[in-house]
Design a protein around this ligand. Structure first.
Ligand code: DGL
Length: 253
């Protein structure tokens, strides 16, 4: 049985990594729309078009479920994707709900792409869970470009993160929500810049828990050969060098 993962680029690998640990008997397809990344600075209409093209390609494979491992794509296309396709579709949303449930009085900072911040879905989520108006939003679009060029630790990245967070009074915050899968690569730099009193959370655990829920009853305990991954970038099978890089990013050799 095969589960497909989709993102504009390498961000969704952070979700795939967790899914492989939780569902070791499944096989996986990972599709990165690198040709059209980044999504977060484009219009809703443009990103919807890219998402439908990508999922059109993915749907030619025999898959049990699709994980849209991209908050931006989820926010602009998830409802229509579910209408169009019969397989299970699991989306991602910034983990605002757990942040609000655990709130101890200070503010919550949601970091996401510009499109996620303005697409409407996040606003509805915040309105439905954050009755005390604790949520503050900030884009960190440039991190997507840094990640796509495999720059995870340069002075430029650190300066960008520090400059962005400096605009806020961080003492007023208790939680940062990483609302973009690409941002997860920068968790430790963000933690360092924000200080250790601030807790950083993401939506990966919740997304994989949802995936397990939709797959329940379709277990593949007897597949001893699970864990294979087929990598694609914008409909072209990735070459060996890129595959090795992607596996390294997930901590697999
Ligand atoms: N990784 C995506 C997300 O979770 C978006 C990155 C992009 O801007 O392409 O929102």
């Amino acid at each position: 049985m095969v589960i497909a993962f989709f993102d504009s680029g390498i961000g969704g690998l952070t979700v795939l990594k967790h899914a492989i640990q939780e569902l070791p008997n499944y096989d996986f397809i990972y599709y990165a729309d690198t040709k059209n990344a980044p999504y977060g600075v484009k219009t809703k209409e443009t990103v919807r078009k890219y998402v439908f093209e990508a999922v059109g390609f993915i749907s030619k494979h025999d898959i049990q479920a699709l994980v849209v491992a991209c908050n931006t794509a989820t926010s602009v296309a998830i409802t229509d994707l579910r209408h169009k396709y019969k397989f299970h579709i699991v989306g991602m949303e910034p983990a605002v709900k757990p942040a609000v449930i655990g709130n101890r009085g200070k503010n919550i900072l949601v970091l996401a792409t510009s499109l996620t911040l303005k697409a409407g879905k996040l606003e509805s989520l915040i309105a439905s869970v954050d009755k005390n108006n604790k949520t503050v939003k900030m884009e960190m679009d440039a991190l997507v470009g840094f990640a796509e060029s495999f720059d995870f630790n340069s002075g430029d990245v650190k300066k960008y993160i520090q400059d962005k967070l400096c605009k806020l009074r961080l003492v007023e915050f208790e939680t940062i929500v990483l609302g973009c899968t690409h941002f997860i690569y920068y968790k430790s730099i963000i933690q360092e810049a924000a200080g250790d009193k601030i807790k950083i959370i993401d939506g990966n655990i919740g997304t994989v828990a949802n995936l397990k829920k939709v797959l329940s009853g379709r277990d593949v305990q007897n597949n001893k050969n699970g864990g294979n991954i087929l990598f694609y970038s914008s409909a072209v099978k990735d070459n060996k060098n890129r595959e090795i890089k992607l596996l390294e990013l997930m901590g697999c050799k």
